[in-house]
Design a protein around this ligand. Structure first.
Ligand code: FAD
Length: 390
């Protein structure tokens, strides 16, 4: 049995480790376009960008691990085509790699802005460690286009920047209005200038041109979201939406091909979604490996995410879509609070700032679908242990 994995990122690397961990003795080819062994991307906008972490420390495992585990790790090599009929991968150098099971873990790339000046040399994007290496010396005098998580994290790492957001609030697509307000206020107090409802028209060598005039700067980071690397799947005729369509076992429309991580369009409850997070990459790696090895499927996990900005640790679990109300426990003024999203008296999601106990207990409540007493949940004098026990 030969398993090939295209994409040696967080999802692909984890799938390779898990296959061996569960005793798989066949061949594993781990194909990665980047020169580095699978590594974590979250520090690229945080500790690594700040220079507080080395490149070696980013790696999930040292190179020697792959050799020791008999994983054929192929760095710096790009897969260019799938031949599903003969179950083979065509590589950029013309060689072919045969598989019995294939895992697509090709991740995402930053969304580009189609504006005049978007290709100028002082315009940055942030997806891999080389992007972070180029961005680090440009952090002072930076304008960031896009007030999502990555944009705000870079602003915090830079210790100040101008953030231009198209919507009326930062984190508009990914956080509740109350949480957005808190982060906007916190950033402003720390010297980050957040300008909302901004329409960028052009990037000039000396600034960003908006509908309201030119904002001078020496460097620009475009951080307006990510797009899945779908080309291989699409050209091979696999079902795709805003990602490669997979089921709960991470299986694509071809039963020999799985897809995991940022590149997938996956089921979650009654919906299909694309989740860009490390926990999602790990969950789907477990699903694919279980299906390939004929093991019992792993239990479904509550989706979660984290972000570090200044001295704030944000942890989010669950999905807010079907919630009909929110309640806040703790104090935003003290920088320590949690916003719970409820449907009736059932917790669907929690956004926790510097509140790990609320996050952990909230995640458990979501998982169990428990009914809570909202008044007790709101009261920080009652511990989360007591709230979950009642
Ligand atoms: P990736 O890690 O992107 O790996 C995909 C790999 O596939 C890449 O190395 C790519 O080069 C390779 N590849 C693509 N096509 C081919 C091909 N044809 N042939 C060979 N190789 C190919 N998540 C969190 O949960 N918390 C955070 O705080 C957080 N912060 C982040 C900060 C930044 C700056 C970024 C960029 C992401 C952050 N994320 C965070 C998201 C998280 O890093 C991703 O969800 C995770 O990396 C997804 O893993 P993946 O393996 O699916 O994709």
């Amino acid at each position: 049995m030969r398993v090939a994995i295209i994409g040696a990122g967080h999802a692909g690397g984890t799938a390779a480790f898990l296959l061996r961990h569960h005793g798989f003795e066949g061949k594993i080819a781990l194909i990665g376009e980047e020169p580095l062994a699978p590594y974590q991307r979250p520090p690229l906008s945080k500790a690594y960008l700040q220079g507080a972490m080395t490149r070696d420390n980013l790696k999930l495992k040292p190179e020697s691990f792959y050799q020791a585990q008999n994983i054929d790790f192929m760095p710096g090599q790009k897969a260019v085509r799938l031949h599903r009929g003969k179950r083979s991968i065509e590589m950029e150098d013309g060689s072919e790699i045969a598989y019995d099971a294939l895992i697509l873990a090709t991740g995402c790339r930053p969304r580009r802005l189609h504006l005049p000046g978007a290709d100028l040399p002082h315009v940055h994007m942030l997806r891999d460690y080389r992007d972070a290496d180029r961005l680090r010396p440009a952090l002072s005098g930076l304008v960031i286009i896009g007030g999502g998580y990555v944009g705000l994290e870079v602003a915090a790492s830079a210790g100040g920047a101008i953030v231009l957001e198209r919507e009326e609030r930062p984190l508009a697509r990914v956080a509740s209005p109350e949480l957005s307000r808190f982060f906007a206020d916190y950033h402003r107090a720390k010297g980050v200038e957040i300008r909302t409802n901004m329409s960028v028209r052009e990037i000039a060598p000396d600034g960003v041109v908006t509908a309201d005039g030119k904002i001078p700067c020496t460097a620009v980071l475009v951080s307006v979201g990510a797009e899945p690397n779908l080309e291989l799947a699409r050209e091979a005729g696999l079902a795709c939406a805003d990602g490669v369509v997979v089921d709960h076992a991470a299986r694509t429309s071809d039963s020999a091909i799985f897809a995991i991580g940022d590149v997938t369009w996956r089921p979650l409850g009654r919906r299909m979604v694309r989740l860009e997070s490390v926990p999602n990459a790990l969950e789907q790696a477990k699903q694919a490996v279980a299906a390939i090895l004929g093991r019992p499927p792993p239990p479904p996990e509550v989706p979660w995410f984290w972000s570090d900005q200044f001295d704030l640790k944000l942890q989010i679990a669950g999905l807010t879509w079907d919630a009909d109300r929110t309640l806040t426990r703790g104090s935003p003024d003290a920088g320590k609070f949690a916003i719970f999203h409820l449907q009736g008296n059932r917790v669907l999601a929690v956004e926790a700032v510097n509140s790990p106990a609320e996050f952990m207990a909230g995640k458990k409540l979501i998982e169990l679908g428990s009914i809570v007493d909202p008044e007790r949940l709101r009261d920080p004098a009652i511990s989360m242990k007591e709230v979950t026990a009642s």
